[in-house]
Write a protein that binds this ligand. Structure first.
Ligand code: PLP
Length: 451
């Protein structure tokens, strides 16, 4: 039924994240390529693939065919009884293209679950090794690893944590890379990266290295800070500090992974491999909910040769339909050379964003990598003062963009005032230069209308 709100919106019984105003949401009925069409026939460019999810866009015939074939064969079989060809084939594919010695796969249904499982794998690894005193995770401020309680504890997004803080286990946070605001005028990017890594090592020494399980980080910051890349050398130093103290490195590539930054895994560009890596969004490309943890041989072997049992598990682990979708998405990315298109369009997107917003009075920073870019708003470029959060600028830009047929991810500034509102672009890997021109033009109009 089409309601009488804007764009055919209707009263909803669904508890959407944003409850107030959720009866104003357009009703999406179909999608093709980079576009979503609502019930009134209005067409939107899906310029951030939802939340950096729809890497192949919508209605990809190869993925649709794989799903149809799988559902005719087998929709579900519980993993305590069976494995399936499709889950095994996907695991082989993921491992064949994984960095370092990430030779094993643990399946889940999304990003938060992937990060929860990574935390538990890391803790159990040390239990198997007889190091029960390792109880601490060190994460980064302004990070996001999901909304379940474990990963909320390790995450550093104050706004998402604040109501639940009394329920969260103790964890520790160090500064994230955020050159726009935190690099000193008298230091090079490399020196800034070195300073950040030293802060981590100081925290390790303060806690006692023998108490630390893992360092947890998004390879490229996403949903809290908006496409913040690490200074050159930072992750190499982090890796070296972790190795020296026997600490695991957990990378969260839920948002920035699977080709989003131009290489299949964002950490490839940092020249390091983690011990555990979470992937999700682009894994199933939105065709099915699926996430995974890729884990190193030594973690797998410690559990196999120890208790022989990972003390975890979900009912929908390795769901055949989800695996079928993910396998088709992953093969399509490689076989259609979509990483090549990400790299090509990345340069165009960067250029167009800088042309449109480089001198914009209210845009303080334009940053990103690959097809993963954010713009951060400030009231004044000199002082870099964020807008008053009460203005909800990011949401206003999102609304103005939707009105112009552009769906674009919005993030509020941090509640400690240390980061401004952002909007993020993460278009599907199939996009053309003309698509990007239209995206940037509509976003520019939306920003001007919102401020
Ligand atoms: N980790 C990162 C870096 C994310 O950006 C997100 C979601 O935005 C998550 C974890 C949580 O993923 P999900 O929403 O699929 O649970």
């Amino acid at each position: 039924m089409t309601g009488d709100g804007p764009n055919g919106a209707r009263t909803t019984r669904i508890l959407h994240r944003q409850i107030a105003g959720s009866d104003q949401l357009p009703i999406a009925v179909s999608g093709q390529g980079i576009e979503i069409i609502d019930k009134t026939g209005k067409v939107y460019i899906d310029a951030s693939g939802g939340a950096a999810v729809s890497c192949l866009g919508h209605g990809h015939p190869r993925v649709n065919a794989a799903l149809k074939a799988q559902i005719d064969q087998l929709a579900y079989a519980h993993t305590s009884f069976f494995t399936t060809e499709v889950a095994e084939e996907l695991a082989d594919h993921l491992v064949a293209h994984a960095p370092g010695d990430l030779d094993h796969v643990y399946y889940v249904s999304g990003g938060s679950e992937a990060m929860e499982a990574a935390l538990k794998l890391a803790r159990q690894y040390f239990m198997e090794k007889g190091e029960a005193g390792r109880v601490n995770f060190i994460g980064r401020r302004q990070s996001y690893h999901g909304n379940t309680l474990g990963v909320l504890a390790v995450g550093g997004n104050l706004w998402r944590r604040q109501q639940f803080a009394p329920l969260l286990f103790n964890s520790y946070h160090v500064s994230p890379p955020y050159a726009y605001r935190d690099q000193r005028s008298d230091e090079t990017l490399e020196a800034y990266g070195e300073r950040l890594a030293s802060e981590f090592e100081t925290k390790v020494e303060e806690l006692g290295p023998e108490t630390v399980i893992a360092f947890v980080a998004e390879t490229v910051g996403g949903a809290t800070q908006g496409c913040t890349t690490a200074p050159p050398g930072y992750f190499k130093r982090i890796r070296e500090i972790c190795d020296r103290h026997g600490i695991l490195l957990i990378l969260d590539e839920v948002m920035c992974g699977i080709g989003r930054t131009g290489t299949l895994h964002a950490c490839e560009q940092e020249g390091i491999a983690p011990d555990l890596m979470a992937i999700a969004k682009g894994l199933g490309g939105g065709y099915q909910p699926i996430g995974a943890v890729l884990l190193s041989d030594r973690i797998f072997a410690a559990i196999r040769d120890g208790s022989g049992f990972f003390q975890h598990g979900h009912t929908y682990l390795a769901h055949p339909l989800a695996c079928a979708a993910a396998l088709a998405v992953q093969k399509t990315i490689l076989e259609e050379n979509l990483l090549g298109n990400v790299q090509k369009q990345a340069a165009h997107l960067e250029r167009r964003l800088k042309e449109r917003f480089g001198n914009h009075h209210f845009v303080g920073d334009i940053r990103g990598r690959g097809l993963f870019w954010a713009i951060e708003y400030v009231t004044d470029r000199g002082s870099k003062t964020p807008f008053d959060p009460a203005l909800k600028l990011n949401a206003r830009v999102k609304r103005e963009a939707l009105a112009r047929g552009l769906a674009c991810y919005a993030m509020p500034g941090t509640i400690d005032g240390k980061a401004g509102d952002h909007n993020m672009l993460a278009p599907p890997f199939i996009c053309t230069s003309q698509d990007i021109d239209t995206i940037v033009e509509r976003l520019g109009d939306a920003v001007d209308a919102a401020i």
